[in-house]
Write a protein that binds this ligand. Structure first.
Ligand code: FES
Ligand SMILES: [Fe+2]
Length: 443
């Protein structure tokens, strides 16, 4: 059981909080590059409980800064994005993307613009994503060395979806693998599946065994069950510091991806999914079907999105939410057409984690042996955050981004005489990998 105090420390992300300081040691995927247009409308960004604006200047550079003008705190969201900077509409002070005051027309020359600076953050664009570093370390970290970020940009897809709950319970839905055979596939009778269906092993044995391990990037689980005589079905998944996951819903050999659960504030999270277009995964395979060709209920693709608004929390929201009980169809649930009654794997996960309330009260939980990945991950996060606070020790990945390079997840079947480590190393060696990684291995 996680104690209430630990739960508080794990879930609060604002400035000065234990976890908030840990997260400020990393680059944070904050927006799609396409959201910011040259000299276009600034975007309100909520990130780790801070209200920021993002804009793209006339030269295409992106600025991310506190939304309050350093003069008298009017919101720069209302500002004019023109000629290489954002100009506050109150007294006309203008700031470039790194926060320098470049014009102060409300004062007679010489003014004092050299003495004023907007609180801006470092920004990088990669893979069609705007990344923000909100920390204050002397040395800015490198972007995480995920395999997917080493792939050519035109082979990468990105999507954002907001979730109305704390980042931790959203993230824990991803490393709680035993829910798959229920929430997503509780209505699937293995007799109705083709023998080689990827979910066959999951529904034939809904109570697998697990190996857990601490890794350089965080934690890893491997769910395993007998697939056929002397063959084992494996499903690997990862938690990666500070808020990333990799899930087993694709073939291990090509499943390059990363999934971030970025805290907007304590009660809202942005899911940022970056994946390789050519991976054999749930994103590229057709909708799962029974062996007679009928689609499996509840596995439809795509999400119904609301239009983005300019609200602090107005971006990338789903139409189906707590307001309509996530469009739960009781007839489909009672008829066992869809175990949950909710259409779509992502929406099922979204509904479950949002239904827990904005921040789960850990005192009310009864964690079981099948939840060990969750307890181990919470522990790892807490210990790393306390080591940072008490001893100044940088957490995994913050000073050595290469720890992520060999992180991979996915499913496969192998001979059963191998250990978790052996089977993982073998599969990784036989996988599609970015050219940069292969070059490094050859050096
Ligand atoms: S408050 Fe922005 S210029 Fe005065
Ligand atoms: Fe799920």
């Amino acid at each position: 059981m996680t104690k209430t105090f630990d739960g508080m420390e794990l879930t609060r992300v604002g400035p000065g909080t234990l976890m908030g300081e840990l997260m400020r040691c990393y680059w944070i995927p904050a927006a799609m590059s396409s959201e910011l247009v040259r000299d276009g409308t600034p975007v309100r960004l909520m990130l780790l409980g801070e209200r920021l604006i993002a804009f793209r200047d006339s030269a295409g550079r992106v600025g991310v800064m506190d939304h309050r003008c350093p003069h008298r705190c009017a919101s720069l969201f209302l500002g004019r994005n023109e000629d290489g900077g954002i100009r506050c509409i109150y007294h006309g002070w203008k700031f470039d993307v790194v926060g320098n005051c470049v014009d102060m027309p409300s004062l007679p020359p010489p003014g004092f613009k050299e003495k004023v600076k907007a609180k801006s953050h470092k920004v990088i664009e990669r893979a069609g994503v705007v990344w923000v570093y909100m920390g204050s370390c002397m040395q800015t970290p490198s972007l995480p060395a995920f395999e997917i970020l080493d792939m050519p940009e035109d082979e990468i897809n990105v999507s954002f979806i907001q979730r109305d709950c704390n980042y931790l319970q959203a993230l824990e839905g991803e490393i709680d693998t035993s829910h798959f055979g229920f929430l997503h596939a509780g209505h699937v009778d293995p007799n109705n599946l083709a023998e080689d269906d990827p979910i066959m092993h999951t529904v034939r044995n809904r109570a697998p065994e697990y190996h857990l391990a601490e890794t350089a990037w965080g934690t890893q689980y491997a769910g395993y069950r007998e697939a056929e005589p002397r063959r084992i079905s494996w499903r690997f998944g990862n938690f990666l510091f500070p808020f990333w996951t990799q899930v087993p819903n694709g073939e291990f050999g090509s499943h390059m991806h990363a999934r971030a659960w970025v805290p907007l504030d304590d009660e809202h999270t942005m899911f940022v999914f970056i994946w390789w277009k050519r991976a054999v995964s749930a994103m590229s395979l057709p909708q799962p079907a029974f062996k007679d060709g009928t689609p499996i209920g509840g596995t439809s693709r795509g999400n119904r999105m609301l239009p983005n608004t300019t609200d602090w929390l107005g971006r990338w929201r789903l139409k189906d939410n707590a307001g309509n009980d996530w469009a739960l169809d009781r007839a489909a649930q009672q008829g066992n057409v869809i175990y949950s009654g909710i259409a779509g794997i992502h929406l099922q996960d979204q509904a479950i984690t949002e239904s827990m309330g904005p921040i789960v009260d850990h005192e009310l939980e009864h964690l079981a042996p099948s939840d060990q990945m969750i307890t181990r991950t919470r522990r790892r996060l807490l210990l790393a955050a306390r080591a940072l606070r008490d001893k100044g020790v940088l957490p995994p990945g913050a000073n050595d981004a290469s720890v992520y390079r060999n992180a991979r997840s996915g499913y496969f079947v192998s001979d059963n005489h191998c250990s978790r480590q052996e089977v993982y190393a073998q599969q990784l060696a036989a996988s599609v990998r970015p050219l940069s990684t292969l070059h490094r291995a050859a050096e």
